[in-house]
Design a protein around this ligand. Structure first.
Ligand SMILES: [Zn+2]
Length: 77
């Protein structure tokens, strides 16, 4: 395991977590995470961060406001 492997895995981590990387890249990163504890911790952290951010954003926007935005967008569409 070299630093280059970690660098490559972390560089594509966001895309990987978004599920938007290709199948071959997903295989490479998955294989790397299986063998590299530091990168697993990094991936876990990023994953949790996303959950926290998603929860915060949802709490910050009142339901009636979200509804109004959706209605506005739908009418314009
Ligand atoms: Zn690594």
């Amino acid at each position: 395991m070299s630093d280059d492997d970690c660098h490559a895995a972390l560089r594509d981590l966001q895309t990987f977590l978004d599920g938007e990387c290709g199948a071959s890249l997903e295989r490479v990163i998955t294989a790397h995470l299986r063998e590299c504890a530091p990168c697993v911790h990094r991936a876990d952290f990023e994953r949790e961060l996303r959950v926290v951010l998603a929860t915060r954003c949802r709490d910050a926007a009142p339901a009636h406001l979200v509804e109004r935005v959706i209605v506005t967008l739908t009418q314009r569409g």
